[in-house]
Ligand binder design. Structure first.
Ligand code: ZN
Length: 54
């Protein structure tokens, strides 16, 4: 089992094209809600909203 990872690896996918563009880690303190970030999507060639996914 992969219990050695204390922080969960999360993915951020573009809400426009649904592609995963960014990876991040978060600890359990901020685990209560899904994150949304406005980041540049290289597929859409613009800044889009990226949502956390699993
Ligand atoms: Zn996109």
């Amino acid at each position: 089992m992969a219990t050695k990872y204390k922080e969960k690896l999360i993915k951020f996918e573009c809400t426009d094209c649904k592609r995963v563009n960014y990876y991040s880690q978060k600890n359990k303190k901020v685990n209560k809600e899904r994150l949304e970030l406005k980041k540049y999507c290289r597929w859409c060639h613009k800044h889009t909203l990226h949502k956390e996914t699993r």
